[in-house]
Design a protein around this ligand. Structure first.
Ligand code: HEC
Length: 68
């Protein structure tokens, strides 16, 4: 993942990391704006198993299960 970051171009936000961006292309502004989510930094809203280190089986509130 860090290989995709150019030297002297270190992103300050995880949402600007190329790997993160490519994984979240299907996430729309409307999905994030919902009261259940609020921010792309609210990982747990969509990744309920994130505390277990599991980011698969993503469930976006009101949109349902989304898989790659
Ligand atoms: C609005 C909902 C939403 C939020 C908030 C969100 N994600 Fe995701 N995430 C997704 C979707 C949809 C996918 C693509 C489907 C999938 O891979 O399960 C995804 C994919 C991923 C993947 C790749 C999983 C894979 O199967 O390859 C990782 C890692 C990930 N997200 C981490 C994060 C982290 C860390 C945060 C918080 C900083 C976050 N996500 C916030 C919806 C979200």
């Amino acid at each position: 993942m860090t290989n995709s970051i150019k030297l002297f171009d270190t992103p300050l936000k995880i949402s600007e990391v190329p790997y993160f961006e490519s994984k979240h292309r299907r996430v729309s502004a409307a999905m994030i704006a919902q009261k259940e989510v609020g921010s792309i930094s609210n990982c747990l809203a969509c990744h309920s198993n994130a505390l277990l280190g599991d980011f698969h089986g993503t469930y976006v509130p009101n949109y349902g299960k989304i898989d790659d």
